[in-house]
Design a binder for this molecule. Structure first.
Ligand code: GTP
Ligand code: MG
Length: 589
């Protein structure tokens, strides 16, 4: 009786032609229906177009066995099954690469040792940092290195890769040289691959069984779908969360159908149940397999279809250029990629340092609108400027909040699990430009399911813009009122601002009382009265500036006007909530 099998998924990622498929083939003893570029189009184009699955198994290493006596005696010869997820390398297939990266526990980054890091190697490394916990670098094609200099070249490339990993969470990850297909495509099949036993040894030592959580809602990422005459439709895939058993009902959200599980197999072996991390084929009552080339299957009603979402967002450092509000990105949500428009916002200035929350969105808080994603300022001087700005409630790029969010509005609705991974990228960027197209990543904190979310949900999203206007005191009317100017345009309807508070640069608080004349001037009431210093500044020597000199009578508001020795400023600041249909001006209490 074959021992219990523990399955782990190892991704094979890297730049196109680095030898991923050759490596998967060299490692595997069992291949699934669509491994090793079997599809006709793959053969035609000589590249991998879709995820390929194959596996090998080794005795379960000691470090993965339960401690003696810590639970039921392990079955005879428990085995570690390593499922290889062979990903495409071509730049245009990055959506598939991202989908593949979300079902793996460890990533092999395959590097052509004669070329080193290439554009998609870098993008795969970025995806790995977002979606994986462990990484092994495989330097492939060592047979191409000139005999006498092989070890030196391998050592040099190993050092280079370790330096590249230095600034990532994979610092210190192992680097191993192999030749998956020595002599290349024309070499005879008999030419043995080099370094494979050592690689298997390394993978086995690096692998830790991720905690499988059978309790979550059942969710499986389907990568292939085909019919079996007289039996039904088979979906092969990897379980992302929860578990499934014979007889369960499962939903195919993309087709809005529910089906019963008739039978299940793991690599050609019938099973009656399976849990998160397992790779298997599920046979359900017939539906047309062409309708579901790839997608999700889940516990009924466990996914939601959203038209927009609130995500926690982090910029990918290698992405060049700002992340602008209102910009459009390719948004990968779970396993789907659609176009979406983003609006960035951050915490109110008094909660910049609040601990990031990655499992929910707090609608009770206020947030500050941002024209763009804020990055840590380049120079310490910015911090001082930021302090001053902060008092005014504006967070400048110098002080980077610990968490930022984005409202993402999708061009078409997306079906996804709660709290799933979100990646924003510029996939329309020139794939030959050596730049990282992955722009940001995050977690989907709250999905807006209502098509009319703009009316039903957004008004509850308290994102505000801070508005500030500055003018000056033109003159004093009496101890409790002054005339201000240059704060409003002539055509502004000042009535809208009556009752709002203004701050005098001499410290007093004023309230806008009414318009004054037709030229945008206004009267300010100073409830606490002007301080003696303010009065002194404001009522400096009168300057004869009437019209007497020209024989004309001065108009009442143009009577003698004291020009203050130094201008006393008037500043008006208020919030406007981005989604407030009434565009009210609100001043914090
Ligand atoms: N000399 C030599 N050639 C190799 C080796 N491994 C792969 N190749 C050749 O490199 C080419 C690409 O190999 P693949 O395995 O298809 O590369 P890939 O990374 O899967 O390519 P994509 O899936 O299209 O990104 C083929 O011609 C292989 O025969 C190796 O170790 N040595
Ligand atoms: Mg390939």
């Amino acid at each position: 009786m074959a021992g219990r099998r523990v399955n782990v998924n190892v991704g094979v990622l890297g730049h196109i032609d680095s030898g991923k498929t050759a490596l998967a083939r060299a490692l595997s003893t069992t291949a699934s229906t669509a491994a090793f570029d079997k599809q006709p189009q793959s053969r035609e184009r000589g590249i991998t177009l879709d995820l390929g699955f194959s596996c090998f198994s080794v005795p379960l290493p000691a470090h993965l066995r339960p401690a003696p006596g810590a639970g039921p005696e392990p079955e005879p010869e428990p085995r570690l099954q390593v499922t290889l997820v062979d990903c495409p390398g071509h730049a245009s297939l990055i959506r598939t690469i991202i989908g593949g990266a979300q079902i793996i526990d460890l990533m092999m980054l395959v590097i052509d040792v004669t070329k080193g890091m290439q554009t998609q190697s870098a993008e795969c490394l970025v995806i790995g940092q977002i979606a994986c916990q462990k990484l092994v670098v495989v330097l492939n094609k060592t047979d191409l290195l000139p005999e006498g200099k092989k070890q030196a070249a391998i050592d040099r490339m190993t050092k280079k890769m370790q330096k590249t990993l230095e600034s990532t969470k994979f610092r210190g990850a192992p680097v191993i040289p192999v030749a998956a297909k020595p002599g290349g495509p024309d070499a005879p099949e008999t030419e043995a691959p080099q370094g494979i036993p050592e690689l298997i040894e390394l993978l086995t030592s690096q692998i830790s069984i991720p905690t499988r959580d059978p309790s979550g809602p059942f969710l499986m990422s389907v990568d292939h779908c085909f019919s079996i005459k007289g039996q039904g439709t088979v979906m092969t895939g990897t379980i992302l969360s929860g578990s499934v058993s014979l007889g369960d009902s499962v939903e195919i959200p993309a087709l809005k159908v529910v089906r019963k599980v008739k039978s299940m197999q793991m690599f050609h072996t019938p099973v009656s149940s399976a849990v998160q991390g397992d790779r298997l084929g599920i046979c359900v009552t017939q539906f047309d397999p062409k309708l579901l080339e790839r997608g999700l299957v889940c516990a009924p009603e466990s996914l939601h279809t959203v038209h927009a979402a609130l995500i926690s967002v982090e910029k990918i450092p290698y992405f060049r250029g700002p992340l602008q509000t209102k910009a459009k990105f390719h948004i990968t949500v779970g396993h789907e990629t659609v176009m979406g428009r983003v609006m960035f916002f951050g915490p109110a200035p008094d909660s910049l340092d609040r601990e990031p929350v990655l499992d929910s969105f707090d609608f009770s808080r206020e947030y500050l609108f941002q024209e763009q994603y804020l990055c840590p300022g380049p120079d310490p001087a910015a911090a001082h400027a930021a302090e001053a700005d902060e008092k005014a409630g504006q967070v400048s790029a110098g002080r980077c909040p610990r968490q930022q969010w984005a409202l993402v509005e999708f061009e078409k609705p997306v079906t996804c699990p709660r709290l799933c991974l979100v990646i924003g990228s510029r996939l329309d960027a020139d794939i030959h430009a050596n730049t990282c197209r992955l722009a940001f990543h995050g977690v989907l904190l709250h999905g807006l399911e209502d098509r009319n979310y703009a009316e039903s949900a957004l008004p509850t999203l308290r994102v505000y813009k801070l508005k500030q206007k500055h003018g000056v005191v033109e003159r004093v009317l009496d101890d409790h009122s002054v005339i201000g100017r240059s704060l409003f345009k002539k055509e502004t309807n000042i009535q809208l601002f009556v009752g709002l508070r203004v701050q005098l640069s001499t410290g007093e608080l004023g309230v806008i009382d009414s318009a004054f004349g037709q030229s945008g001037k206004f009267k300010v009431h100073v409830p606490g009265g002007l301080s003696p210093e303010s009065k002194k500044i404001l009522t400096s020597a009168l300057k004869k500036r009437g019209r007497a000199g020209r024989g004309e009578a001065a108009k009442p508001e143009e009577a003698e006007r004291p020009e203050p020795a130094q201008p006393v400023g008037l500043s008006l600041s208020f919030k406007r909530y981005v989604f407030d249909a009434h565009k009210r001006m609100v001043q914090s209490p």
